[in-house]
Ligand binder design. Structure first.
Ligand code: GAP
Length: 438
């Protein structure tokens, strides 16, 4: 993990938030390459969950909602809280379920009785800071979907089964954030809620469970690093009838990256009760009204980011590109799927002190960067430049050499096979369109 964290900082993927002020509690900023890659992950998810599915539409709802939403959803009551104990000596707080003994893990002091600590982040709306102005930053994006169930159903003239997908920020006052961006207090979720007849819920649960695992595999994640875990009844979230986690084998152990939940009619029936609106669905065929059951797929964009990064990280001892001076040096490659790689093409002139090579390389860079994310690099040997690009997962490196000036072609080198081929300049855009195709 340390190597990955250091790479992400050195190469502009992730920075500590508020770094010049000493950092701010487990918050992170995505740098230029991180922002590209995170957008690519979100785009891949969005395409898969809307365009590639039948009957799933998108939504972008507000982060701030009526505080009543969180009463109805159960998040303000005992449902969404961690049990904490406090050390009577050093006053640090710890999660009860993470303690190995009944003493403070830091100073061995005595601990208080456990108390529930709610994870919702409070804020005030308007000029007064009183109870009436209090609301919360959303702790899960899906609540905005439930509130818009009827709006979407009616405006889009949908019939169940159908789904609503949404990507957006969520906030939780996590007691023990950690493992870099694995658990943070501000994060992005990619959630889809599938509304269906209660009798069909089990069937759709199986469908979405498989579909979500297939998404990670399709994007190149190694099968042996992924598994399902059925969540035990005692550990189910307050809203869930059944839950299966997709877990990944991180350097810090097997951990959840996504949850597939059967939420039953918990959300719609509770919002109906609290809002006094009829949120039932009228089934024309069966001529009956009922609350649809909800099958939820809930993934984290930041957590997926970390997972794709860890899975793609590869080290070759002794020099993959044979440009390392010491054969003991390790070369890094991020073998990211081409749709996720932040930079698609790097453009190099063979040497920087030959004006014609630089001119042609810059022309090609200007041409290609309108269609693909590209980098131009003229510093150091070609081998060193390949290594810099491999480290950030760039799919192709294109070199303008002396032959290019005569034959109007370039060398294109593939990150994974390291094969080089010559491609005519007039065919370049089509060549990359075919190969990258995202
Ligand atoms: N709507 C259901 C829900 O929010 P969850 O299991 O609490 O379920 C779903 O969260 C996903 O959201 C997790 O699998 C994870 O990918 C992401 N997630 C949750 N808490 C997170 C945190 N503190 N930091 C980063 N990602 C988080």
């Amino acid at each position: 993990m340390e190597k990955i964290i250091s790479l992400t900082k050195r190469r502009g993927f992730i920075f500590q938030s508020s770094e010049i002020y000493g950092g701010f509690g487990s918050c992170y900023d995505f740098g230029p390459l991180g922002a590209e890659m995170k957008n690519n992950i979100k785009k891949a998810w969005w395409n898969e969950m809307t365009k590639n599915q039948e009957n799933v539409v998108g939504l972008d709802s507000a982060i701030l909602m009526s505080p009543q939403v969180w009463q109805a959803s159960g998040h303000l009551t005992a449902g969404f809280a961690d049990e904490l104990v406090e050390c009577k000596k050093c006053h640090k707080r710890f999660r009860l379920d993470e303690l190995k003994e009944k003493k403070c893990p830091e100073c061995k002091g005595d601990l208080t009785e456990a108390k529930k600590f709610n994870l919702m982040m409070k804020t005030f709306v308007g000029s007064l800071e009183n109870e009436a102005a209090t609301t919360y930053l959303r702790a899960e994006t899906c609540q905005g979907i439930y509130l818009n169930f009827l709006n979407v159903l009616n405006s889009m003239r949908l019939k169940i089964p159908f789904g609503i997908a949404q990507i957006g920020k969520a906030f939780r006052n996590e007691i023990t954030p950690g493992n870099f961006i694995y658990r943070t207090r501000e994060f992005e979720q990619m959630e889809m809620q599938w509304f269906c007849n209660p009798k069909a819920a089990d069937k759709f649960f199986d469908y979405w469970k498989k579909a979500r695992m297939d998404w990670y595999l399709k994007l190149g994640m190694k099968k042996e690093n992924l598994r399902f875990r059925e969540v035990e009844k005692a550990d189910l979230a307050h809203y869930a009838k059944r839950a299966v986690d997709i877990e990944y084998n991180f350097p810090f152990g097997w951990k959840e990256i996504e949850g597939i939940h059967n939420r039953g009619d918990w959300d719609l029936s509770n919002h109906a009760k609290h809002s006094k609106q009829d949120l039932r669905y009228f089934d024309e065929e069966a001529k009956e009204k009922y609350y649809p059951y909800i099958i939820e797929t809930s993934a984290g964009a930041d957590r997926s980011f970390l997972t794709f990064l860890v899975d793609a990280y590869s080290e070759t001892k002794g020099g993959r590109t044979k440009t390392t001076e010491s054969t003991k040096e390790v070369e890094l490659t991020l073998k990211l799927d081409k749709s996720l790689a932040p930079v698609k093409i790097a453009v190099f002139p063979l040497v920087k002190n030959k004006e014609q090579l630089v001119k042609k390389a810059k022309e090609l860079f200007s041409l290609l960067k309108t269609r693909f994310v590209c980098q131009y690099d003229e510093v150091g040997s070609i081998g060193r430049r390949y290594r810099r690009q491999d480290e950030i997962g760039t799919i192709f490196c294109l070199t303008v050499d002396f032959e290019s000036l005569e034959k109007d072609d370039v060398t294109v080198r593939d990150r994974d096979t390291m094969k080089q081929e010559r491609v005519k300049v007039e065919e370049l855009t089509e060549f990359f369109n075919q190969k990258i195709n995202t």
